[in-house]
Design a binder for this molecule. Structure first.
Ligand SMILES: Cc1ncc(C[n+]2csc(CCOP(=O)(O)OP(=O)(O)O)c2C)c(N)n1
Length: 394
């Protein structure tokens, strides 16, 4: 009997990492070809990444408390995933565009989206939360809660980057499979292991490969899609799916920000210089609940949680910083600042004004529309019906 293709024993290379589980500098053999991306990156940068991670975690905890107090409708914790987010967020250049899912709080912060605006959506005050066209917001696009939609937006945007570069060179042809257009900017898209099963995510990879878009797909494999384990989601490691589409793909230790930075930097440079898309599977873990509506003790084992808590990206980076001579004083100051900023954000969230009811009609059509105007007028009459004869509020 011949061996079926499914049973061929493929060897996966060791995930790329520079730090071991305890935070010692101990690069894997697979990391060697990315080491040059870390040249010139030292203590000051690692301290910045650490600050990004710790401040996001403090904000995350504050938002969970706010949800428990009824001040947010929902919160999506990112605890445990700050390492790959800090590394990749800091690897991107200002001109790059980023399409997140809904858990990328560290990257939102790095790109300049104010914490308060991030929380506004979860307080039910806005459909989006921030103005993507505002240069202060670092081309960080809106959170997308409909799984996989952001992959379509990202690939479409990246195709636009190619077309813009071609138009600038007076070239109007767009041939499938063509590589070589240097765009100077790239697109990053983030999603989770569960989302890899969405049609959208797969279709966007086909398109990206066909048109060689300047794009980097980042899958944060946090091992769970709510209560569904990644082993049910895919019978092969996720990065191999991307290889099947003809996209360069690697697996990294997603709790090692150095690995995340180095690989993202390489893949983004390749994308911007006309060498097509890349795919990073970041192996990480969601230490908290899926959202504040979820109780993970119902479906996962304590031992698994303990295993990953021992590989906490914040603890690992702290150990690395200490090995480079950074002292207690720095860590105490970062924690203090993070707690203070989280409290400032909390107070600002509680002060956010409620939206005008009329604002729900604002972005339905780009131009005035008779049906919308009818509804707008009806709502105005309805609201006015609560005002008493003298015109004072009821
Ligand atoms: C199209 C669609 N289907 C289902 C859902 C419900 N849903 C919300 S989050 C989620 C799991 C997503 O898991 P994963 O992609 O691994 O990302 P994670 O939440 O773990 O970061 C599901 C099924 C949804 N939001 N959108």
């Amino acid at each position: 009997m011949t061996q079926s293709a499914l049973t061929i024993d493929l060897q996966d290379p060791e995930p790329i990492r520079f730090l071991d589980d305890a935070g010692n500098y101990a690069p894997s053999a697979t990391a060697a070809e990315y080491a040059e991306e870390l040249e010139g990156v030292g203590v000051a940068e690692f301290q910045q990444w650490y600050r990004d991670m710790v401040s996001t975690r403090a904000f995350d905890v504050e938002c969970t408390h706010l949800q428990r107090q009824g001040q947010l409708a929902l919160w999506v914790p990112s605890i445990g995933q700050e390492g790959c987010q800090a590394g990749i967020g800091r690897a991107a250049e200002p001109q790059d565009h980023i399409f997140p899912a809904y858990r990328e709080h560290t990257i939102a912060h790095i790109r300049g989206v104010p914490r308060v605006q991030l929380a506004a959506q979860f307080r039910g005050l806005t459909h989006g939360g921030w103005d993507v066209t505002d240069p202060a917001h670092g081309n960080f696009h809106l959170y997308s809660l409909v799984l996989g939609t952001q992959t379509q937006h990202a690939t479409g945007y990246a195709l636009g980057q190619v077309l813009d570069a071609k138009r600038a060179a007076a070239d109007t042809a767009l041939d499938a499979g063509e590589a070589g257009t240097a765009t100077g900017d790239a697109t990053l898209v983030f999603y989770g292991d569960g989302t890899t099963s969405q049609g959208d995510a797969n279709e966007s990879m086909i398109f990206a490969a066909s048109y060689q878009t300047p794009e980097v797909f980042v899958v944060q494999n946090n091992r769970w899609a709510i209560s569904v384990p990644v082993a049910r989601q895919s019978r092969t490691p996720l990065y191999r799916r991307a290889l099947g589409f003809g996209i360069r793909a690697v697996q990294i230790d997603g709790n090692d920000p150095l690995a995340a930075y180095a690989v993202a930097r390489r893949f983004l440079t390749l994308a911007r210089t006309g060498h097509g898309p890349g795919y990073i599977e970041a192996l990480t873990y969601r230490i908290g609940a899926h959202t504040t509506s979820d109780d993970p003790t119902r479906y996962r084992e304590e031992e698994e949680l303990a295993h990953w808590e021992a590989r906490d990206p914040v603890v690992r980076l702290e150990a690395h910083l200490r090995s480079l001579g950074v002292t207690d004083e720095f860590f105490a100051e970062v924690r203090e600042t993070a707690d203070r900023d989280a409290k400032i954000a909390r107070d600002a969230i509680l002060q956010l004004p409620p939206p005008e009811p009329d604002s729900m009609f604002a972005h339905v059509y780009s131009e005035e529309h008779p049906r919308i105007e009818e509804q707008r007028a009806w709502l105005a009459r309805y609201e006015a019906s609560f005002t008493d004869q003298e015109g004072a509020g009821a």
